[in-house]
Write a new protein. Sequence first.
Length: 135
Amino acid sequence: MNATDDTLTKEQIEHFAKRIQARKTLLLEEIRQVLARSSQEHEADLIGGVGDAGDAAATSLLREITESEVIRDVGEVRDIAAAEQRLASGRYGICIDCEEPIRYKRLDAYPTAKRCIACQERREKLKAPSPYTGR
Ligand SMILES: [Zn+2]
């Protein structure tokens, strides 16, 4: 591994590890709450019996929003889990494509980043779906 100026220090890595952990705790709590709310709504539907068509439409819209919220959160939790694996294996902050260090500024804005800016941009230009990450 090249020891360049971009290589993260142990302290910087610990800092990001804490931020990632805090974010995960928050997300899992949010998912738990959204799911709890959604099952309460479902129970209310069953108990409430037949509502008018307007209510049903509102309920189904709410359910769709709830689902997209959860899907987004779960996607982020997945990114966090991958970042945690890289932390555990000592590969956090190293680009998975070119294996160069990812800049501190990029990680500061996006702590679960797995690619350096150059590789990410190249990837977005190609827009090729990857069988490995699904992105
Ligand atoms: Zn790279």
